[in-house]
Design a binder for this molecule. Structure first.
Ligand code: FES
Length: 142
């Protein structure tokens, strides 16, 4: 089996993430299953988490990419209203208890935002072992 990816993954430009604005949602593999994550800018810093509530593991945005409450202060789960601190993902109210969003490491360099895979959270890859008989999929680098 291939080694897990560790290298930085380009996500978007710095300008795509405005202060306390809409998040960039992206696809990942969480524990080898497709899942979604999101990145947003809070107090100038880019933060990223799995789009997965600590209460019930469901996606949280009330519209695609909209995670913050009306005051742009908390990450709010649209399902039952759990509130999380954007800076560190800790639950601050609601049914998430002492839970925390799963964080994803990010870095901003030369106007580009990157995220870093971990053992649990990996990039989506087009795997030749996934049962596709036609390995020459269009648009793939050789
Ligand atoms: S699923 Fe998020 S608060 Fe219940």
């Amino acid at each position: 089996m291939a080694e897990p990816a560790t290298e930085a993954q380009a996500l978007c430009t710095s300008g795509d993430l405005l202060e306390r604005d809409k998040a960039v949602v992206f696809d990942v593999m969480l524990w080898r299953a497709p899942a979604r994550a999101f990145a947003l800018r809070f107090d100038g810093k880019v933060v990223a988490y799995m789009n997965r509530c600590a209460h019930v593991p469901s996606e949280m945005d009330w519209q695609p990419g909209e995670f913050l409450d009306a005051d742009r202060r908390w990450i709010l789960c649209s399902v039952h209203g759990a509130a999380y601190e954007p800076a560190d993902g800790h639950c601050v109210g609601g049914p998430c208890g002492r839970g925390r969003l799963m964080p994803i490491a990010t870095e901003e360099r030369d106007g580009i935002v990157y995220w870093y895979p971990s053992r649990d959270i990996q990039p989506v890859v087009f795997d030749d072992d996934a049962g596709h008989a036609d390995a020459a999929a269009p648009g793939r680098a050789p």
